[in-house]
Design a protein around this ligand. Structure first.
Ligand SMILES: [Zn+2]
Length: 270
């Protein structure tokens, strides 16, 4: 806890800055401080405002809330323990923020992301109780301008958002967004994995193509620095589409062509 005065605010600012500056070494996922959240995976958006949850504790004005990356079992990775000491901050000395008493609006579910404000955007992933690559066709919607010889599908809302984005894109470039791939069923993922292997193709059953929430684009979007790619970087987010952090330029497995549907950001809908 930090005192609720100007010194406390300064201390919290320092802690938050320290944690963000050292996010890699400390395995930081996100920091909440002063009713704002900074998510390392969404660093390009910086600090984002959070809804008022009532008190100073709920609004994280008396303590910075630090969340660490966890392994698949939900335990913090090795470096997490350093956070408490290094940051000199969190009241939970194991660095695990789950038991910190500030998740007042608990949306349930028990996932580590519960205290990220619901602004309508989520990392793409499992939905509807379906299995990756085994989604029934009636839950999907065809991307209208893909040819009958190579029909491409996405989850309905993702296709709707793509249609809206395509309208804007077409105004600028006078052509549809070229789609080279979208939903991939399990068989298709296995073929690609065999052909390209780890790094170039996702492990079958893990790909966001298998959740019908990813597209691969051509027509220039597939080249970093092209006008088409730049347009996407600037505009896709308005339609709920994003270039995921791992695919960005300079990343080991960079893929200019791969875009994912995160959903609409309510803040930008107005
Ligand atoms: Zn892809």
């Amino acid at each position: 806890m930090v005192p609720l005065n100007i010194d406390g605010k300064a201390l919290g600012d320092d802690i938050a800055k320290f944690v963000i500056d050292n996010h890699e070494a400390l395995n930081i996922k996100y920091v909440i401080w002063y009713q704002r959240i900074y998510n390392v995976e969404r660093a390009d958006e910086g600090w984002r405002k959070m809804p008022d949850r009532g008190g100073d504790t709920q609004n994280h004005k008396d303590h910075p809330h630090v969340s660490f990356q966890t392994d698949s079992k939900g335990a913090p990775k090795d470096a997490a323990g350093k956070g408490g000491k290094g940051g000199g901050s969190d009241d939970s000395d194991d660095g695990n923020a789950d038991n910190v008493n500030c998740e007042a609006d608990g949306t349930g579910g028990g996932s580590g992301d519960d205290d990220i404000p619901d602004d309508g955007r989520k990392n793409p992933g499992a939905w509807g109780g379906h299995k990756n690559g085994e989604i029934p066709t009636d839950k999907l919607k065809k991307i209208p301008w893909t040819p009958d010889s190579k029909k491409e599908y996405l989850r309905k809302d993702a296709t709707e958002a793509l249609i809206a984005m395509n309208k804007a894109y077409k105004k600028e470039f006078n052509t549809d967004i070229a789609i080279t791939d979208a939903y991939r069923d399990l068989a298709e993922q296995k073929v690609l994995y065999k052909r390209y292997g780890p790094g170039r193709a996702a492990v079958p059953g893990k790909s966001n193509h298998g959740w019908a929430l990813a597209v691969d684009c051509g027509g220039g979007i597939n080249k970093f620095g092209s006008p088409q790619h730049k347009w996407m970087q600037k505009n896709a987010k308005k339609f709920g589409w994003e270039h995921p952090p791992w695919a960005r330029e300079g990343q080991k497995n960079q893929e200019a062509w791969h875009w994912e549907y995160y959903g609409k950001n309510k803040e930008t809908e107005a």
